[in-house]
Design a protein around this ligand. Structure first.
Ligand code: SAH
Length: 257
């Protein structure tokens, strides 16, 4: 294993995908927080068209499905995640109204004003918060909602180590008021924003990774890239524990006007 911690952006995507297939969630969150975000959405009925962009294996999508009416399509670029998503929908007996599809959030197949709700937990960073909000808006009906969770700074200033880490990983990270302004400028009423509690990271994101890391390292013996990747994940977790007062995930909910 090399001593230098590499940025997540340096790893082979298949390697990352293999690893995250081993855990139920691919980002910080919880069923309670998904339900809390749903509580701000008031336009849904049994005919509603809902999409979950960057759905991963569908941990949050199944919670969304159990707490809403209507049809849900989950999109992700990784076929492996979509296979697991559809298996999960079947297991939960939700497959008649929840479907996983392969597709990219920057090249979506929807008609204008087709959708009632666009969901995206811990995934909009793949095209950027502002760009995603602007580009997706046209697919929503007037009065439709967007609900996304996104990495955000909690304070105006922060220690250099964590600032540099995030600037390398995701320079789009910004403070909560700045993200809210971006949402408003993109053409939405910023209906709500709230910080995800710590257990969304510790219990639901990092804890399940301990076992996954063991399995993964066993399956990729003497694979330096895999070892470096696990070192990267462990480093990220140690930074979270050290600097969690300065950043975290925030849910932003907007209504199209
Ligand atoms: N929403 C899930 C997964 C978050 S991880 C959860 O909260 O657990 C980010 C997800 O975005 C991954 O599943 C990744 O495969 C997906 N992704 C990355 N780039 C994408 C793109 N261009 N279009 C759609 N999904 C993408």
């Amino acid at each position: 294993m090399s001593n230098d911690i590499k940025s997540i952006n340096e790893f082979d995507i298949e390697l990352i995908c293999d690893y995250y297939s081993l855990v139920e969630r691919q980002g910080p969150g919880s069923p309670e927080i998904t339900q809390k975000a749903i509580s701000f959405i008031d336009n849904l009925n049994k005919n509603s068209q809902i999409v979950d962009l960057g759905c991963g294996t569908g941990g949050q999508t199944m919670v969304l499905a159990k707490n809403t009416q209507g049809y849900i399509r989950g999109y992700d670029i990784f076929p492996k995640f979509i296979n697991l998503f559809n298996e999960n929908a079947k297991k939960e007996n939700l497959h008649d109204r929840v479907k996983g599809l392969i597709g990219s959030m920057d090249d979506l197949p929807f008609r204008e004003e087709e959708l009632d709700l666009i969901w995206s937990e811990g995934a909009i960073y793949n095209i950027g918060f502002e760009r995603g909000l602007k580009e997706w808006r046209k697919y929503l009906k007037k009065g439709g909602f967007v609900a996304v969770s996104e990495a955000s700074w909690f304070t105006n200033e922060r220690p250099k180590e964590i600032e540099q880490f995030w600037l390398a990983e995701y320079p789009g990270i910004d403070t909560i008021p700045n993200k809210v302004i971006q949402m408003q400028n993109a053409g939405y009423i910023p209906v709500a924003s709230f910080v995800l509690p710590e257990n969304c990271w510790t219990d639901n994101f990092y804890k399940p990774q301990v076992k996954a890391q063991e399995i993964y390292l066993k399956a990729h013996k003497e694979n330096t890239a895999a070892e470096d990747f696990i070192a990267n994940q462990r480093h990220e977790e140690s930074l979270y524990r050290k600097y969690k007062d300065y950043y975290g995930y925030v849910f932003y909910i907007g209504k199209k006007i």
